[in-house]
Design a protein around this ligand. Structure first.
Ligand SMILES: [Zn+2]
Length: 91
């Protein structure tokens, strides 16, 4: 009985990669804005819950599943508008 252990692919951006050409480090942060979850089940109609900003549950620890849900509207972070901000750091 051979059980093959498959590890799921995680697309992690390792910040410890070699930056031999430049001393600048480029990193990014995710920001989650308004909720875009459609509560309507009528095609063509969009009903939003009106949540304007993702509010992480303060009681949930970062990295846990509970922290992925908005404390304001209860939707998964996936439903929220996502934006990326690039940050350049110089030593
Ligand atoms: Zn929501």
């Amino acid at each position: 009985m051979a059980s093959e252990k498959k590890s799921p692919k995680h697309e992690t951006d390792s910040s410890d990669d070699d930056s031999s050409t430049s001393s600048l480090t480029l990193s990014y942060q995710f920001f989650f804005g308004k909720c875009e979850r459609n509560f309507s089940n009528v095609p063509g109609q969009i009903i939003l819950d009106g949540c304007q900003e993702f509010m992480p549950d303060q009681r949930a620890e970062e990295g846990t599943e509970g922290a992925l849900f908005c404390d304001a509207c209860g939707c998964h972070r996936f439903h929220h508008e996502q934006s990326v901000e690039y940050v350049t750091k110089s030593p």
